[in-house]
Write a protein that binds this ligand. Structure first.
Ligand SMILES: [Zn+2]
Ligand SMILES: [Zn+2]
Length: 267
């Protein structure tokens, strides 16, 4: 009964040899769910020995390329692997024409149905539930429609049920007052920290967060652990980010590609 998240990509806009654009694989009770799908996601899944076949649903935060460009190759490969089960994709409504373009141009070969749900909510709303996981989406504060996801384990009527584990995915966003309340008490929070504090003006300009913004959100949300990522390529030394975060929120970890974070069961 695992509940873990694998960092497939922790870079911001530009891919590097050792850091890929945003994508995470959430694994719950052996099922897989993708959070964002930056370029190279299918290669990253292979490197982490995660099976495409187990992917139940894909959640796209927004249509910036560093969160999306891996989707089309992945869909094509799923089809080559003879997927026939419909695939649910969630994302902002401006993803619809992008998917339509893909389907109109390449869809004839696609052996399964895409079921797209456009996100338009202004506060948290449940969007997905399959007996193992339920997911609610909420708007973030970025320069294009962007959504965060709160992923909650479903334990159902199992005997000796444990406390449902929770993971929040918040990328990309500038800080805003409602966010900590929407994810209050989350076990593990992924929050982007694109810039260190000295580049706060860049964060404001591009609707991103600094390390301190991420740490303040984690502290106000009373999160268990803060995972940061989506680092600007200007900064090579991640200790700058993590040390700044820890001045406000001690339990901060700077994610690298390939890191796996497991949330332990608590009864
Ligand atoms: Zn981004
Ligand atoms: Zn973005």
């Amino acid at each position: 009964m695992n509940f873990s998240v694998t960092m497939l990509g922790t870079a911001s806009a530009v891919p590097f040899s050792d850091r890929n654009p945003s994508a995470q694989a959430l694994s719950v009770h052996g099922r897989l769910y993708l959070l964002d799908c930056g370029e190279g996601t299918q290669q990253r899944l292979r490197q982490e020995h995660l099976s495409f076949v187990k992917i139940q649903a894909i959640f796209i935060s927004h249509i910036h390329g560093d969160h999306l460009f891996g989707l089309f190759g992945l869909l094509n490969t799923m089809s080559l692997f003879h997927r026939t089960a419909p695939l649910s994709i969630f994302g902002p409504s401006n993803l619809a024409p992008v998917l339509d373009f893909f389907l109109n141009t390449f869809g004839a070969q696609l052996g399964f149905e895409l079921v797209f749900t456009p996100l338009t909510m202004e506060e948290p709303e449940e969007i997905f539930s399959d007996g193992d996981l339920h997911v609610s989406a909420f708007p973030l504060n970025h320069n294009t429609p962007c959504y965060g996801f709160l992923c909650t384990e479903e334990v159902g009527l199992r005997r000796n049920a444990w406390k449902p584990r929770t993971y929040a995915y918040c990328s990309d966003t500038a800080p805003f007052p409602e966010l900590p309340n929407w994810i209050k008490g989350v076990d593990m929070l992924y929050h982007e920290a694109t810039y260190p504090q000295e580049l706060a003006h860049k964060a404001q300009q591009y609707f991103h967060s600094t390390s301190l913004d991420a740490a303040r959100c984690a502290a106000e949300a009373e999160a268990g652990t803060l995972i940061i990522g989506h680092y600007s390529s200007r900064i090579k030394d991640l200790s700058i980010f993590v040390n700044e975060c820890r001045t406000i929120f001690a339990n901060t970890v700077a994610a690298d590609d390939g890191d796996i974070f497991e949330i332990p069961m608590e009864r």
